[in-house]
Design a protein around this ligand. Structure first.
Ligand code: NAD
Ligand code: DAU
Length: 350
């Protein structure tokens, strides 16, 4: 059995990647390496936790000695690295955790892979999962290409850019077999409700204000999370070494239009009169350094690796709402304790 370590597998995207790999590749032993921060939740993986080819390993990627020990014990042939601090607003109020996990943590993994593989690169692969935010902010037109110069503008995106550079440096300097992808905004089941879409679903359901930063004019390109997991599968298995692949939904929405659509869907699903949920929209102080627009060109991934998104937004968004309405326990569990304190700090002075 080939052992693949997936880091951050208890998080939003990681859990979808773990599920896909566990179910699709019975010949792989999938080790989910996760520190279980506020964003990590093993409930996301209840359906695969007893699978023969699945193993959870509780470890923090900032702990270099522990990571080396884990790699020595499992002898993985592949790494899919998703573990990260992922929320831009948290990076503004506390950048150090982002430097520690996203930069130092990534270097610890690179070092452990390099030491374990010890120059025998054949059949080995270190896949770093990154974000389109490394490219900065677009004006009203244009797209991010794989060749677009990096211009990160938040502590989160700067830490991800830094980790991307280090991954490429290990490829050029040591020959470590790496591949990188940069993806746009994901949405779907298990998305932590600090992020716009699940935050809004949760608050509409509870008849609470929906906070929209600035005028709601910022544009994001949304992709259903399982389509990202499918792209990760394709890049991990077929991507060229040292290559970068952009992943996006070709699905741009201003925040205000997206929230209006969501309000309409929620009114229907909750049996409310049309227009009820929209009244909850509240414009609040803008995010510092708020990137105006992201738009990804994923032609390379489509033409070279044959990937296409399977769901339109009009299909994926109601499906996502259905999942949240059917999974109240999941929401109640993740919105208790630490998250509530964070929510107060984040919005009390807006
Ligand atoms: P998430 O915040 O939902 O999950 C992160 C996971 O990493 C959690 O399970 C957490 O416990 C774990 N983790 C955090 N710090 C750790 C540490 N020090 N050691 C071990 N585990 C740790 O994140 P997500 O939204 O699923 O994003 C996953 C990856 O994909 C990140 O690298 C992110 O930058 C990237 N990405 C996310 C999006 C998006 O829209 N969410 C888009 C593009 C790229
Ligand atoms: O583009 C990929 C990135 O997408 C990932 O790398 C990040 O990990 C992920 O969190 C996401 O970043 P964003 O900052 O775009 O996502 P977020 O859900 O935080 O915000 C989406 C948009 O909504 C953004 O323009 C800010 C706005 N927003 C967000 C929140 C939380 C609001 O208007 N109000 C809010 O309360």
């Amino acid at each position: 059995m080939k052992t693949i370590i997936i880091t951050g597998g208890a998080g939003f995207i990681g859990s979808h990647v773990v599920r896909r790999f566990v179910n699709k590749y019975p010949d792989y032993k999938i080790v989910n390496l996760d520190a279980l921060t506020y964003a990590g939740n093993l409930e996301n993986l209840k359906d695969v936790e007893n699978a023969n080819n699945y193993q959870f390993e509780h470890a923090d990627i900032t702990d270099a000695a522990k990571i080396k020990e884990v790699f020595a014990r499992y002898q993985p042939v592949g790494v899919v690295h998703l573990a990260a601090e992922s929320h831009v607003d948290r990076s503004i109020s506390g950048p150090m955790a982002f430097v520690e996990t996203n930069i130092i943590g990534t270097v610890n993994l690179l070092n452990a892979a390099r030491e374990t593989w010890n120059g025998e690169w054949e059949g080995k692969r270190f896949y770093h999962v990154s974000t389109d935010e490394v490219y900065g902010s677009l004006g009203e037109t244009g797209f991010f290409y794989e060749t677009t110069a990096y211009d990160p503008r938040s502590p989160y995106s700067a830490s991800k850019a830094s980790s991307d550079h280090l991954v490429r440096a290990y490829y050029h300097t040591y020959g470590l077999p790496v591949v990188i992808s940069n993806c746009s905004n994901n949405y779907g089941p298990n998305h932590f409700p600090e992020k716009l879409i699940p935050l809004a679903i949760h608050r509409i359901q509870n008849n609470e204000e929906i906070p929209i930063y600035g005028k709601g004019e910022n544009v994001r390109d949304w992709l259903y999370v399982e389509d990202h997991a499918a792209a990760i599968d394709a890049v991990f298995h077929k991507g060229g070494l040292g290559e970068t692949y952009n992943i996006g939904g070709n699905n741009e929405w201003t925040n205000i239009d997206l929230i209006r659509l969501l309000c309409k869907i929620m009114d229907q699903k909750l049996g409310r009169e049309e227009g009820t949920s929209e009244k909850l929209i509240t414009f609040v102080k803008d995010r510092a350094g708020h990137d105006l627009r992201y738009a990804i060109d994923s032609t390379k991934l489509k033409t070279e690796l044959g990937w296409e998104p399977s769901l339109t937004f009009e299909e994926g968004l109601p499906k996502t709402v259905d999942w949240y309405l059917a999974n109240q326990d999941w929401l109640n569990h993740v919105t208790s304790g630490e998250y509530q304190n964070y929510f107060k700090q984040q919005y009390q002075e807006r």
